[in-house]
Design a protein around this ligand. Structure first.
Ligand SMILES: Nc1ncnc2c1ncn2[C@@H]1O[C@H](COP(=O)(O)OP(=O)(O)OP(=O)(O)O)[C@@H](O)[C@H]1O
Ligand SMILES: [Mg+2]
Length: 254
């Protein structure tokens, strides 16, 4: 990789109690690119994603070892403010999960907590910016006070993306963000992901090989807790080095 990576994982091990879920993961994630994490169910994709914003801290039996740096900051160091870290590393989940609040308040939620704006006008501007970036503004600008849960699934997912980017994170983690959506809503989100990478670094977990090929510049293949290989998406899909990758992308395992 030519540019310094924004995220560097070194020898990351993750355990749930006695059970090891990830084994010595070494991965570099470049800035302003989309990186796909692929691999069979249970291989540790979500576990790895959740290491990057320390969401695994919330799982009592989970232990993370090794080192993860974001822009040279060791995010597991004792002095790290986890709330601040999570504002730098946003997350979008598989199932759209807007708060039972208005569309406006869903987006304003993070900026309010982190005190990012100093006036009503500034907040309105930030909410509009986030909804425009998330490709939702035109559809909701006349109904910002309506509840977010009243939107369609695809709109809800874009609302969750707007909510994640409203605090201007550096990294956005997406765990199978389209798996609950129809093909049209999926296509809209995929286009959006490509647009978002101008401003953010995106890591997306997907079970769709087509999706990984369409949206990501880099791909990492996980298998049974190991990172088997990673590299440019094209290389992973056309000339993988490892037989396990080959088998997975051709549908022989998974
Ligand atoms: N909270 C937890 N407690 C105990 N074990 C867990 C927990 N979360 C995950 N695991 C285990 O860790 C391993 C990796 O799980 P993970 O959810 O990261 O897989 P995944 O690749 O995201 O799978 P999928 O594609 O099905 O979402 C699995 O064996 C799983 O059972
Ligand atoms: Mg998962």
């Amino acid at each position: 990789m030519t540019k310094t990576p924004i995220i560097t994982a070194r020898d990351v091990d993750v355990f749930y109690g006695q059970k090891q879920a990830l084994d010595k993961i070494n991965l570099e994630i470049p800035e302003n690119k989309v990186t796909s994490l692929i691999g069979p169910s249970g291989c540790g994709k979500t576990t790895f994603l959740r290491c990057i914003n320390r969401m695994n801290d919330l799982v009592d039996i989970c232990r993370v070892e090794g080192e993860i740096k974001i822009a040279d900051q060791d995010i597991y160091a004792a002095n790290v403010d986890v709330v601040a870290l999570r504002s730098q590393v946003g997350m979008v989940f598989q199932k759209p999960n807007p708060f039972p609040k208005s569309i406006f308040d869903n987006v304003a939620y993070g900026p309010r907590i982190h005190g990012l704006t100093s006036s009503k006008a500034e907040m309105e501007e930030l909410v509009e910016w986030s909804l425009i970036k998330a490709g939702l503004w035109e559809e909701v600008k006349d109904r910002l006070q309506e509840t977010g849960t009243g939107l369609s699934g695809g709109q809800q997912q874009r609302l969750c993306i707007a909510r994640a980017i409203a605090v201007k994170p550096r990294v956005v983690l997406m765990d199978e963000p389209c798996s609950a959506l129809d093909p049209i809503a999926t296509a809209i989100i995929e286009e959006l992901i490509d647009e978002l990478r101008k401003n953010f670094t995106i890591i997306i977990v997907t079970h769709s090989m087509q999706q990984a090929a369409r949206v990501s510049q880099r791909t990492a293949f996980f298998h049974m807790g190991n990172l088997v290989e990673s590299g440019p998406t094209k290389t992973i899909f056309t000339s993988p080095k490892d037989e396990r990758t080959q088998n997975y992308i051709t549908g022989r395992i998974g």
